[in-house]
Design a protein around this ligand. Structure first.
Ligand SMILES: Cc1ncc(COP(=O)(O)O)c(C=O)c1O
Length: 489
C-alpha cells in the first residue's frame, strides 16, 4: 500500500486545523451563544446575589478533563455557569461592596474582544504603532489626571500589584541602590499601606533594607512629623534614607496620606516618593476632589488602577513615573533578535518600560469605553459613589451601637458594632459574626478588617453598578442581621 506523500499529510492536517478558525456560520453561532449568555448575566445582576458561599459546584471541571476532541459549546457554557459564574463572589454585581470593586463596564469587554481578534502587537512600536500610541494615550490620560506634565512615562500593567512593582524597581534603580548597601538603606511606609507594596519590596530584593513603619495619625494617615524625625535620626547614625511610600486612598479606610507634606520631606532629604494611588488616584479626574490629593504630582512614581475607579474589568493598573528616563533605565533591554524593532523606534514602547515583551493589548479595554462614552459618565459614576458613601455613613449613624471608625474621605471607610457594655473581645466576635451572617445569604458582599486590634466592617463603594438600591439593601442587611443576632444571643 502506498503511504501518503508529505503533501497529502500537510493537506490533511490543514483541514483539521481549519476548525480553529471556524466558518462565518460557526463563529456566528459561538458568538451568538456567548453574547446571549452575557446578556442574560447582565440582566440578572440587579436581582441576583453578590456572594455564594457554596463552593462544591466549583469542582465541576473535574468531570470535563481537557480531551482530544472537545465538548459542545452548550455543555461548556453550562459548566461555566455552574462552576465559575455561580460559586463565590459576583464581582460584576453592584452589590459587591468589599475589597475594591469596579464592576467591569461592558464596552471594555468589547475592547478586549477587538484586541484578541486583531491580536495587535502592543509591546513594540515597530509592530503596532497605532496600538502603542493608544497605550501611550491612556498613560497620558492618567498622568494628566493626577497632574503630571513634562517628561513623565508609564506602563499599563495587569493591575496595581504589578504596577507598584514596576514603580518601586524604578525608584531602586534611579537611586542606584546596590546589594552591598542594602543593610544601611532605609524605606519608610505605614501600616495601612497595601500588602502588595511589601511584596514589591521583597521581589525587588529590597527586603534586606531597613524598613520603618511610620505610625498613623488619628485619621489613619501617615504621621509626617514622625516621618521627618525618623529620617533625621537615621541620617544621624549613618543610615541612608531612600524611599517613602505613601498611599492616596488606603485599602482599609480609604484615606489619603498628606502627600504634599510628605513630598516636602522627600524633597528636603532627596528621597524617592512613591504614592500608591491604585484605589484613590483617579478621583483626581473630579475637579472638586483634587485638593485632597494636593502634591501628588510631586511624587516620583504613582500607581493608579483603572480597574478600580474607572470601573474596568480586572486587568488594568498603571505605573507612572515623573521622569520617564528612570523607567527606561530600570527596564532597559538589549537583544540581537529585536534589532529591527529597536532601530525603528519612533515613540517609546511598552516593552521598554515594563518587564513584559509580548503582552495583552490592554490599552484597548480602556480606550474603547472612553471613546464611546466620553469621560463624563465615568465622572458622574465617581460622584455618585462619593455621595452614596456619605449617605451610607449617615444611615449607619442611625443604627444603635454602630461606631464610624473613620470619617469617609473617598468611598471606603471602616465602621464597627460596639456595645459599650461588652469587652473589646466580645465586640470583635459580634463583628466577625455579623460579616459571616451577611456572607451566608450573600444578598450584599461586605468585608471586614482589623484596625488597632478591633474587628471592623468596611465598605468600598466603587462599582459603577452600585446605586441607591444596593446601598439601602446593605443598610437593611446590617439592621436585620444585628436584630437577629441580638434575638439569638
Ligand atoms: C491601595 C491599593 N494598592 C494596590 C492594590 C493592589 O492592586 P491589584 O489588586 O490591582 O493588584 C490594591 C488592591 O485593592 C489597593 O487597594
Amino acid at each position: 500500500m502506498q503511504s501518503d506523500s508529505i503533501i497529502d499529510k500537510i493537506k490533511k492536517l490543514e483541514k483539521h486545523v481549519l476548525a480553529l478558525e471556524g466558518t462565518p456560520t460557526t463563529r456566528k453561532m459561538i458568538q451568538g451563544k456567548i453574547q446571549a449568555y452575557c446578556e442574560n448575566f447582565i440582566q440578572n445582576l440587579k436581582e441576583g446575589i453578590a456572594f455564594n458561599a457554596i463552593h462544591e459546584d466549583a469542582c465541576g471541571f473535574y468531570d470535563y478533563p481537557i480531551c482530544e476532541n472537545g465538548y459542545s459549546l452548550d455543555e461548556v457554557l453550562d459548566l461555566f455557569d455552574r462552576s465559575v459564574d455561580k460559586p463565590g463572589l459576583n464581582a460584576a454585581s453592584g452589590r459587591h461592596l468589599a475589597y475594591v470593586p469596579g464592576g467591569g463596564v461592558p464596552t471594555a469587554a468589547s475592547g478586549d474582544y477587538l484586541a484578541a481578534i486583531t491580536n495587535k502587537y502592543a509591546g513594540v512600536f515597530f509592530a503596532g504603532p497605532g496600538a502603542v500610541r493608544i497605550e501611550n494615550q491612556m498613560i497620558q490620560f492618567c498622568a494628566n489626571a493626577i497632574g503630571y506634565t513634562g517628561n513623565y512615562g508609564g506602563n499599563l500593567a495587569s493591575g496595581g500589584s504589578v504596577a507598584n512593582l514596576i514603580a518601586i524597581a524604578a525608584g531602586r534603580d534611579a537611586h542606584k541602590i546596590k546589594g552591598a548597601n542594602y543593610h544601611k538603606t532605609v524605606i519608610y511606609g505605614s501600616k495601612h499601606m497595601h500588602h502588595c507594596v511589601d511584596k514589591s519590596i521583597r521581589i525587588t530584593g529590597l527586603k534586606e533594607c531597613i524598613y520603618r513603619d511610620i505610625p498613623l495619625d488619628d485619621k489613619f494617615r501617615m504621621d509626617v512629623g514622625i516621618l521627618s524625625k525618623q529620617i533625621k535620626t537615621d541620617l544621624s547614625v549613618g543610615l541612608a534614607p531612600f524611599m517613602v511610600i505613601a498611599s492616596a486612598g488606603t485599602t482599609n479606610c480609604g484615606v489619603i496620606d498628606p502627600v504634599n507634606e510628605i513630598a516636602n520631606v522627600c524633597e528636603k532629604f532627596k528621597l524617592w516618593l512613591h504614592v500608591d494611588a491604585a484605589y484613590g488616584g483617579l478621583f483626581c479626574l473630579l475637579e472638586e476632589e483634587k485638593a485632597k490629593f494636593k502634591g501628588i504630582e510631586r511624587a516620583d512614581s504613582i500607581v493608579v488602577d483603572p480597574h478600580k475607579a474607572l470601573f474596568l474589568p480586572y486587568g488594568l493598573g498603571v505605573a507612572l513615573v515623573k521622569n520617564v528616563e528612570h523607567l527606561l533605565k530600570s527596564q532597559f533591554y538589549e537583544a540581537d533578535y529585536m534589532q529591527d524593532a529597536i532601530e525603528n523606534r519612533n515613540e517609546i514602547s511598552p516593552a521598554e518600560l515594563s518587564p513584559e515583551l509580548t503582552k495583552h493589548f490592554r490599552g484597548l479595554r480602556m480606550w474603547l469605553p472612553l471613546q464611546i462614552h466620553g469621560v463624563a459618565p465615568f465622572k458622574s459614576a465617581m460622584r455618585e459613589k462619593l455621595l452614596l458613601t456619605k449617605y451610607y455613613c449617615d444611615e449607619l449613624r442611625k443604627i444603635n451601637n454602630i461606631r464610624i471608625v473613620n470619617e469617609p474621605e473617598l468611598s471606603i471607610f471602616a465602621y464597627r458594632y460596639e456595645d459599650p457594655s461588652k469587652s473589646k473581645k466580645e465586640n470583635n466576635s459580634i463583628n466577625k459574626r455579623l460579616v459571616e451572617e451577611i456572607h451566608r445569604d450573600g444578598k450584599v458582599f461586605l468585608s471586614s478588617t482589623t484596625i488597632e486590634g478591633e474587628v471592623c466592617l468596611r465598605i468600598a463603594i466603587l462599582s459603577f453598578r452600585t446605586h441607591l438600591f444596593e446601598i439601602d439593601l446593605a443598610i437593611n442587611e446590617i439592621k436585620t442581621k444585628l436584630e437577629a443576632m441580638t434575638i439569638n444571643s
